[in-house]
Unconditional design. Sequence first.
Length: 313
Amino acid sequence: MFPNTEIENAVLDARIAMRRKLLGSLIAGGGALVLAACGGGGSSDSSDAAAVANRSRRGLGGASSAPAASAPAAASSGATSTTVAQSTVGNAAAQMLLPHEAHPNGVPLDYDWAAAPVIWQPTPPAGFTAMTGWGEIQFAAGTGTTAAADTVQLQNFNTYVLNSSGQLTLVQSQGSIGGAQNLPTFAGNTAFPTQITNAGGITTVLLEPTEAFQFVPPNRVAIPAGTQGVITTVQAKISSPSGATDPNINSSYILALGADWWQSMTAEWSSTTTNNYGVGTGRFVFLTTEWQSFTFTSIQNPSAALAATTFAC
């Protein structure tokens, strides 16, 4: 599974235990709004694609130790678009070469995923048959607001896979998603009560600046034969509570996407990566009060034809 002993030792380093995520409070639902553009901002060129995964995932579909509760009503989300948002493989790959817009607060930068976007295992390990996309929201380092009552709205969670013929297949498409709050480093698999609701295809979560929110679709999906890469997308915005104003709302929280390979649809999490292996973690981009699309991909150095391939996001 690992290309060399150095990588294996790095994965089994004690720091990996700090990156376990307890998932749950999963919600069924559907429906979606659509946006006009995909991808984040920025123009600098920086990456750490050779970094080794010190991040792994818990099994999906079980109940979280942190009970879910209804989230408070957010302020109006404003007008919505009827134009389907699209991006290209080239744009998604370019995002992986840009630095994070901010680093997650409270996470040491020797965690590779906190320092820069990373790709650990771009294609499925031998014998692995299942996968899932996921995302996380963190409080940004260096911000001066507590933002204790801000909420995030999430919609249109999609996961695509690329086959050996250069074609993209949509394998996950969720109008609602679930998840749990954790420590920013995910130490000790500690999950906290999470206020999360779904209505009209939009999942709303109360954010907490001292915690990280991980979100995930309800179920893993089978890995199609010949899979050569992954793209994960979601649309998100942040809102102040109704009647309140947060002057720093557009520079307080950051979102990144990623994906995991799993040995099977029912395999339980393993600390030795026997049953699960991270694909990678994308670029952290600021949430704002306007809907925007976020992307992650494990596709690197796409050809001109592949780079021009479009997908809905």
